[in-house]
Ligand binder design. Structure first.
Ligand code: AKB
Length: 313
C-alpha cells in the first residue's frame, strides 16, 4: 500500500500510537507526522516529521503539497478540561484546523479526512445510559460545543462538496505509552501510574461517576478501521458512536486491587466532576458495528492486566 498520510497533532495521546501503527501498515516514509513541536518518543526519530501549526492554512497546504498527501488524520485539539480554561483558544484551534483540512479536501488537494469527535458532544439533557447515535445533543463544555459543531460541518462538507470525511466519537482513552493531555477521563490513566508507583490514588471524580472508556489498542483499531472501510459502508458523515466498556472510579480501583492487593483510592472531586456529570455513562454503538464492522477486544479486566504489566516493566 502506498497511500501517503499526514497526521496533524501526531505527538498527542492518540497521535503517537496512530503514527506507529500507520507506519507499520503503510511504510515509514509514507506517513508524515506533524505537530506544533517535535515529540521525543522513538517513533518520531525515524520517518518524516514536520513542525506544523494546525491553525495556519498555508503551512498545512504546503506540507500536503510537499509530500503529495492523500489522507489526513487531524488529531490536534484542546481537550475538555484544558478547553474550559482557555475557551477562545480552544474554539480557534478546534474549529480552524478542521476548516483548513476540510477546505483542502474540498479543493481536491487530499482525498480522505479523519477527524475525531467525542462523547463530549452530548450534554446534561441527553439520555445518559446507552446513549443512542441520534438523540438530544446540548453540550455544555467548550470542547463539546466545538466537537458538535465540527460534526455538523463534516456532514455538510460531505453532502455539499462530496468530501470523504470520517469520524468517531471517542470515549475516554487509556494507554500506557503516551499520557493524555487535559481531558476529564484522564484519571483512568493516572490511576494505573499511581497504582504502580504508590499503590494508592486520589481521584478527581467521585466514586460512582460512570463514563464510557476504551483501551488505546481498540481506539487505534477503530480509527484505521473506519478509514479503510469501503466508502459505501460509511453511512454517517457526522460521527459514529463508539463503545467498548463503561466503569466508575470505584470499579476501576476494584479491578486494580484484584491484581495488586492493598491498592487504595480516595476521592477529591474538582471542576472536572461537573463535566463528567454532563456526559453519558454508556454508549450505544450499534451503527458502527453494523455499518463498518466495529468490534472491540478489551474489557476492564484485560485492560487492567495489560496496563499494570506494561507500566511495571
Ligand atoms: C476528554 O476527557 O476530554 C477526552 C474525551 C472524552 O474526548 N478524553
Amino acid at each position: 500500500m502506498h497511500t501517503r498520510i499526514l497526521i496533524i497533532g501526531a505527538c498527542g495521546q492518540i497521535g503517537s500510537e496512530l503514527t506507529a501503527k500507520l507506519r507499520e501498515i503503510y511504510g515509514t516514509d509514507n506517513v508524515v507526522a506533524s505537530d506544533i513541536r517535535k515529540g521525543d518518543q522513538d517513533v518520531f526519530k525515524s520517518g518524516p516529521f514536520e513542525v506544523l501549526d494546525a491553525m495556519n492554512f498555508d503551512a498545512v497546504a504546503a506540507v500536503v503539497e510537499k509530500y503529495e498527501i492523500e489522507e489526513v488524520y487531524l488529531m490536534a485539539a484542546l481537550l475538555s478540561a484544558t478547553a474550559e480554561k482557555n475557551p477562545a483558544f480552544a474554539w480557534d484551534l478546534n474549529m480552524n484546523s478542521l476548516f483548513h483540512v476540510l477546505n483542502l479536501a474540498k479543493e481536491n488537494k487530499i482525498k480522505k479526512v479523519f477527524w475525531p469527535s467525542s462523547i463530549a458532544v452530548f450534554g446534561p439533557t441527553t439520555p445518559r445510559d446507552n446513549t443512542p447515535q441520534y438523540t438530544v445533543m446540548e453540550p455544555s463544555t467548550v470542547y463539546g460545543i466545538s466537537k458538535q459543531t465540527g460534526e455538523r460541518w463534516c456532514e455538510y462538507y460531505f453532502n455539499k462538496y462530496g468530501v470523504d470525511v470520517r469520524s468517531i466519537r471517542y470515549p475516554g482513552l487509556i494507554s500506557w505509552k503516551t499520557l493524555p493531555g487535559g481531558g476529564t477521563t484522564d484519571y483512568a490513566v493516572d490511576i494505573y501510574y499511581k497504582a504502580v508507583e504508590e499503590n494508592k490514588y486520589t481521584c478527581f471524580l467521585s466514586e460512582n461517576t460512570a463514563l464510557p472508556m476504551m483501551y488505546m489498542d481498540d481506539a487505534i483499531k477503530a480509527t484505521i478501521g473506519i478509514m479503510q472501510a469501503p466508502e459505501e459502508q460509511i453511512k454517517i458523515r457526522s460521527s459514529y458512536n463508539l463503545s467498548a466498556m463503561s466503569f466508575t472510579p470505584r470499579e476501576i480501583a476494584a479491578s486494580i486491587e484484584k491484581v495488586q492487593p492493598g491498592f487504595t483510592i480516595d476521592y477529591v472531586p474538582d471542576f472536572r466532576q461537573s463535566i463528567a456529570d454532563s456526559w453519558p455513562a454508556s454508549i450505544d454503538d450499534q451503527k458502527a458495528r453494523e455499518d463498518w464492522g466495529w468490534k472491540h477486544d478489551f474489557d476492564l479486566e484485560s485492560m487492567t492486566k495489560e496496563m499494570l504489566e506494561n507500566l511495571k516493566k
